[in-house]
Design a protein around this ligand. Structure first.
Ligand SMILES: [Zn+2]
Length: 397
């Protein structure tokens, strides 16, 4: 630490200063000035909570700018590992495409941002494909330490009339309950392939062979989700010790809470071990739809609205002459109903169908790891299962 004139402070001076600043906290800045400390300096200097060691991230970042806290650095992986991520990320896009529903404000009326979804009628007397809206077009999958897909889930806020039925939170709770009853999606195949949840190499026990520890930590598990996670889901993933979370679209409204938690939940400078999962943008692993979703959302936000020159999100049936009834919602969940989002989801489905692997034989080190070719095979099989039997994840709460 340096004083304002550039001299390094002695330990005793530091302690005196800390004691002084502590005494100023909650006191008046005039008192600081009277004591000879510039008010601005007294304001800028603040102490982290007691009981933290110096290498605790909370202490380390306490007086640093927010930009430093949220900068978790680039994601480093080999081309083969990146390819593996892309297979799973494309599965999420394909699931969204398969279960797409843009009827956020009902099946009727007019949605000017989603002409491709109109199945009958014209203007505000239109009917849109998809049926009843169960929740937002947000989906995630969980992959175990071997590369096996555990399950998928969607946002179901609408069906439960709740704002917290998010895909990631639902899926984590689903995994714990699945581990409890051992009811995995591929049991119909006759395989005895128990999930590698935590740590690498240890399988979740079969039913009747459970111990007390297996289900409490999912530190081998990766979540692939379509939208950057909120505080609730980041919290649940942290409590579950999820290893990493790959997200397809940034959500500027969620204040980078996942990155903040990743930083603060471990010692300064540490990148592994227990703590919040590392957020990884799908753009960093080469998913082109990721940047496109971000760009299209910005464009949507700039143009959607009910005022002059704006394009409404929804006009209820028969409301043509009454703009007061129109919705100009610019929320990200409204964007996720648009043809723009649907086109990006379709690109994932197309990429998955056409995917030719550059690293088919790559498998991460460790027993039981699937190769990239085996991952792609399983992903295609899972997509077929999920779209025919998965019921958008609704069988489970
Ligand atoms: Zn969430």
């Amino acid at each position: 630490m340096f004083t304002s004139d550039g001299c390094e402070m002695t330990d005793q001076a530091k302690q005196n200063r800390r004691n002084f600043v502590t005494s100023m906290m909650g006191g008046s800045l005039a008192a600081a000035a009277a004591a000879g400390l510039p008010a601005a300096e007294a304001q800028a200097e603040s102490l982290p909570p007691e009981g933290l060691s110096a290498d605790d991230a909370m202490a380390h970042y306490w007086n640093k700018p927010l930009s430093e806290l949220v900068d978790i650095g680039p994601y480093n992986a080999t081309p083969a590992e990146m390819e593996r991520h892309r297979v799973y990320a494309n599965l999420v896009l394909a699931l969204l495409h398969g279960y797409f529903n843009g009827n956020k404000d009902g099946e009727t009326g007019e949605y000017p941002w989603q002409p491709s979804q109109r199945i009958a009628g014209t203007g505000t007397q239109s009917l849109y494909a998809g049926g009843r809206y169960l929740g937002h077009n947000i989906c995630c999958i969980a992959v175990d330490g071997d590369g096996d897909i555990i399950d998928f889930d969607f946002n179901h806020n609408s069906i439960f009339n709740s704002s917290v039925e998010h895909a990631e939170a639902r899926l984590i709770k689903r995994i714990f309950s699945l581990a409890d009853i051992h009811q995995d999606w591929d049991s119909a195949l006759g395989t005895d392939d128990r999930w590698n949840l935590s740590p690498a190499g240890e399988k979740a026990p079969m039913r009747g062979q459970m111990d007390d520890d297996y289900g409490k930590s999912l530190s081998s598990v990766t979540i692939y989700t379509s939208l950057e996670s909120c505080a609730q889901c980041s919290g649940i993933m942290t409590l579950a010790n999820i290893k990493q979370v790959v997200f397809l679209q940034p959500d500027p409204s969620q204040y980078m809470i996942g990155k903040i938690m990743y930083r603060l939940s471990r010692k300064a400078g540490e990148t592994g071990g227990p703590g919040a999962p590392r957020p990884i943008s799908a753009a960093e692993v080469g998913i082109a739809a990721s940047q496109r979703l971000a760009d299209d959302y910005k464009s949507f936000q700039a143009k959607v609205g009910t005022g002059p020159g704006k394009i409404p999100f929804h006009k209820p049936a028969g409301s043509d002459a009454d703009p007061a009834q129109w919705s100009g919602s610019a929320s990200i969940t409204s964007f996720l109903c648009s043809d723009l989002a649907l086109a990006s989801y379709a690109s994932g489905r197309e990429a998955l169908d056409a995917m030719a692997l550059a690293h088919p034989d790559f498998r991460p080190e460790g027993q039981g790891m699937l190769s990239n070719a085996e991952v792609l095979g399983q992903v295609r099989h899972f997509l077929n299962y999920a779209l025919t039997e998965g019921r958008r994840g609704t069988p489970h709460r």
